[in-house]
Design a protein around this ligand. Structure first.
Ligand code: ADP
Ligand code: G6P
Length: 736
């Protein structure tokens, strides 16, 4: 039976050694807690780091860890202390984490740590490859493993791979500062489906892909090599029932069943009818806005002194990444601030802040959630924030108020919370007052709507939707009819070629024989290509024709001393081997005077674009333009041109990052069909990459071996990945 392999840096359980024995605890953090229920149900495995380094494990302990981990349907990736220092504390948490959370000032770019990041991603890949079987699905998680999808895809191209990012994806302006940005994007694009918490993160990612890799993006699909990569947003939910049911059972606890913590919380609540607890729970992380929250609370107590001795901020901060200096600094700052505020406001019977710096068992979390009338969640940047959702799920009496930062991904789907900007103390203080005084009816109205949504879009539903979408990516390929030219197809084709008596090869030039350059004049044939074309041209009983939209002058210049068959200007001119140029179509060019000024206005308004004036056509190139602006402009230009050319014999061709206007009576299909009359060909091959080549694929006889370069919609029968593959394929024709 096929299985799903979950891969994340941390396993859902963390192993520690205490007095030479193993201590196993559940991991904290949104990822581990969220996915646990998904993993428990399936028949798959979860691959990750146990939390211990190789140096800490002797043989005996190692066996014990393996036993425990296997019992929990997990497998470990062995990491050394060096890996942990440079990959985990280093690159993951000193570079990617701050950068993706917009903390540029905390971001380090260190080459050694980048190397460690690559090495450790490879270690994860090795364990995945050891555990994978044909037909399995892999689901990779989070920023520690951005290179992993590609590492798996390269080795197992038929495996379906999903990737989910649990943290924000930053805007292009931030991401572009990252020195290894191309490699990181290629790493992620190894996946078939990329998931983000919100549409904003998805949008930022697509923008980086378009601008940095210059890939074609249509809606949420990226054409990447010979695949389509789908990108979508899936806001992660929680295990609603678990939290709701736990809260229900807490409500019915007898006094003796209650925890010590619960008893202390009860004491506070019973101190007076209008006393309230304000709760915050986070990992101790600078993205969570902890110091700002304390300052804002101080501001609130000064602004509204009537609440002194009535409200208390209960702050649980779970230790996290404490080897990273910024986290140590944050801990010191928090300690100081709590001390200062408590020192300033405490009375004999009241301290304004209860501060816990430790991890707590699940039951105590529920005590905190159910006892607090207000939750104050104020991250300055947070991918999602599950604590906000958990708080709402535990409000079984439909009371309580959630104050939530609009910088948390969760705010996008929790409109009924009181949304605040965590940097605006005035707003925060007023919102706290509003929350404290909110009538029960309003509380219930808000909480009910929030609960309904959380109940429906639970973590199970989230995982289900992701997996469904991931499965659907298998169908994307099928809507494009062309088949990948694999070794079997190639062998059949070459055998047909060898048996044929008269053979014909049509080769498009740009995007097929050579890759694209920013400037069309730079795409001259290189020595290797000339060598290949010479060999093809000398192959017996074979006519090789280069069919291009290039103008005659360019090819005359580039192939001056060659006796190739050439068709230029999309089919206006033809030069047969050892013959003179011949005009295939008589064309008017007077329309150009009208169209040229219009194109010029687009050049003026779209930096990076230019007009290529050919003898019989005009081309507007936008390869170097900002892709998002270019997308808007191409739609605009298309509308303008369609209107203008309706009474002329002109057509608009959308090529690869170019729009070309030319006479309708000229196209590669007409030109190549004419060539067919020259001999009785019993083997025909045609290869090209863009729309202009589709005319050729459409018009050539049924038995033609037609091949598209890249994975795009096409009338060709086969497709190949890129220009390198084209050259490999053509080299086969030269081997006798
Ligand atoms: P992050 O992923 O940045 O840590 P989230 O709010 O998304 O932030 O997720 C935190 C998760 O960790 C929540 O599911 C929460 O219940 C859990 N958690 C927080 N504190 C503790 C704790 N002391 N013990 C166990 N789990 C905790
Ligand atoms: C966030 C990240 C997770 C990470 C968790 C805890 O939720 O998205 O990938 O596991 O924090 O952080 P830690 O560094 O302890 O794994």
């Amino acid at each position: 039976m096929n299985k799903t392999i979950i891969v994340s840096n941390r396993l859902p359980l963390q192993v520690k050694i205490e007095n030479n024995t193993l201590n196993i605890k559940p991991s904290v953090g949104g990822l581990a807690t969220g996915l646990k229920s998904v993993h428990e149900e399936g028949n798959g495995i979860w691959i990750g780091w146990s939390g211990l380094t190789e140096e800490e494990l002797n043989k005996d302990l190692s066996n014990q860890v393996n036993k425990e981990v296997t019992k929990a349907k997990c497998a470990t990736v062995p990491l050394t202390q060096d890996d942990v220092d440079n990959f985990y504390f280093g690159f993951s948490n000193k570079t990617l984490w701050p950068l993706f959370h917009y903390f540029m000032e905390y971001t380090e770019f260190d080459n050694d740590q980048w190397e460690a990041y690559k090495t450790v991603n490879q270690k994860f890949a090795d364990v995945v490859l050891d555990n994978i079987e044909d037909g399995d699905t892999v689901w990779v998680h989070d920023y520690q493993l951005l290179l992993l999808p590609k590492l798996i895809k390269d080795k197992k191209p038929n495996t379906t791979i999903g990737f989910f990012l649990h943290i924000p994806y930053p805007s292009y302006e931030i991401f572009r500062t990252f020195p290894w940005r191309e490699e990181l994007l290629h790493g992620m694009l190894g996946a078939d489906l990329l998931g983000f918490h919100t549409y904003d993160y998805e949008r930022h990612f697509l923008s980086s892909v378009k601008r940095i890799l210059r890939l074609d993006v249509q809606f949420n699909e990226i054409s990447y090599l010979d695949r389509v990569v789908k990108v979508d947003s899936f806001p992660m939910g929680i295990d609603y029932k678990k939290f709701h049911n736990a809260a229900l059972s807490h409500l019915n606890q007898s006094n003796t069943e209650k925890s010590e913590l619960q008893k202390r919380l009860d004491d506070h609540i019973q101190a007076g009818p209008d006393t309230k607890l304000i709760l915050s729970i986070d990992r101790m992380d600078y993205t969570k806005g902890i110091p700002n929250r304390i300052r804002a609370f101080e501001y609130f107590l000064n602004k509204y002194p009537q609440f002194k001795e009535k409200v208390r901020l209960v702050m649980l901060a779970v230790p996290s990444r404490s080897d990273v200096p910024q986290y140590q600094k944050l801990k010191r700052e928090t300690d100081e601030l709590v001390g200062r505020v408590n020192g300033e406001f405490s009375t004999v019977s009241w301290t304004p802040i209860w501060y816990f710096y430790r991890s707590m068992p699940f039951d105590n979390l529920i005590d905190l959630y159910t006892s607090s009338q207000i939750a104050l969640i104020t991250p300055v940047r947070d991918g999602m924030n599950l604590v906000a959702k958990e708080y709402v799920a535990t409000r079984v009496n439909q009371d309580g108020v959630l104050i939530l930062s609009e910088m948390a991904g969760a705010s996008k789907e929790m409109n009924e919370a009181l949304l605040i900007n965590p940097n605006n103390f005035e707003q925060l203080a007023d919102t706290l007052k509003h929350a404290i005084e909110m009538p029960a009816e309003e509380q219930s109205k808000r909480i009910k709507i929030l609960q309904k949504r959380l109940q429906r879009y639970s973590v199970e539903k989230w995982a289900e939707e992701f997996m469904k979408s991931l499965n659907d990516t298998k169908k994307i390929g099928k809507t494009i009819v062309a088949k990948k030219m694999d070794e079997n197809h190639q062998a059949t084709m070459i055998s047909d070629f060898k048996q044929a008596k008269r053979k014909l090869l049509f080769l498009d030039y740009d995007g097929t024989l050579v890759g694209f350059k920013d400037n069309p004049q730079d795409a001259k044939p290189d020595d290797k290509l000339i060598q290949l074309l010479d060999q093809l041209n000398q192959t017996e009983h074979t006519d090789v024709v280069i069919v291009s939209g290039r103008d005659r002058e360019t090819f005359e210049d580039w192939f001056a001393d060659k006796s190739y068959n050439l068709i230029t200007d999309h089919g206006v001119w033809l030069k047969a081997k050892n013959d003179d140029w011949q005009m295939l179509e008589i064309l008017k060019t007077n329309w150009m005077d009208n169209i040229q000024p219009i194109l010029q206005t687009f050049v003026d308004r779209t930096p990076g674009t230019f007009i290529e004036q050919k003898k019989y056509s005009l081309a507007w190139h936008y390869r170097k333009a900002d892709p998002e602006l270019a997308q808007i402009r191409t739609i605009e230009l298309n509308t303008v041109l369609t209107h203008l050319i309706s009474n002329n014999d002109l057509s608009v061709l959308k090529g690869n990052k170019v729009i070309e206007i030319k006479s309708s009576s000229v196209n590669k299909g007409r030109a190549t069909s004419r060539w067919l009359t020259k001999a009785n060909y019993d083997f025909i091959f045609a290869i090209g990459d863009d729309w202009t080549d589709e005319f050729m694929f459409e018009d050539l006889p049924e038995n033609t071996y037609s091949v598209k370069v890249g994975f795009k919609k096409t009338k060709a029968k086969y497709y190949v990945k890129d220009t390198d593959k084209v050259r490999d394929l053509l080299a086969n024709f030269t081997q006798q």
